[in-house]
Design a protein around this ligand. Sequence first.
Ligand code: ZN
Length: 158
Amino acid sequence: MGLRKILTDKEPALHKVCKTVEKFDWKLHKLLDDMRETLIESNGVGLAAPQVGILRRVVLVDTGDEILELVNPELLETDGEQVGAEGCLSVPNKYGLVKRPYYAKVRAQDRDGNWYEAEGEEIVARCFCHELDHLDGILYTQVMERYLTDEELNQDEE
Ligand code: ZN
């Protein structure tokens, strides 16, 4: 089993700038495999390495079709905007209202170091931005407009 513990926002690791990945070795592959298992287990949409205490530029994003492995990701392009509810596995049981681009295109390396590009709209664009922020020690709670109230959350579920 490779489940890793997800840190919450009180941990210093979540507020640090992560380092570039230079070695595409078995350790990175193990980290990616463990993160994938952890993401699936926690029903998340995305997960960044600092959330499991590893200060490296590695994130996973579930596009709905597949779980993308993004190593050393960079935002290439954004377009439009969306304002909506956003949560984070490191900020349990809370949601905030966050403005993000409607569309985002990123460039990243795969687990073997090959560069590729990925793009997405709506929740995928939101997730790219949210996860990339984690690599610079930024949580959505620092960029949100406000937390959603319990009342608003209950309405969303109806
Ligand atoms: Zn998060």
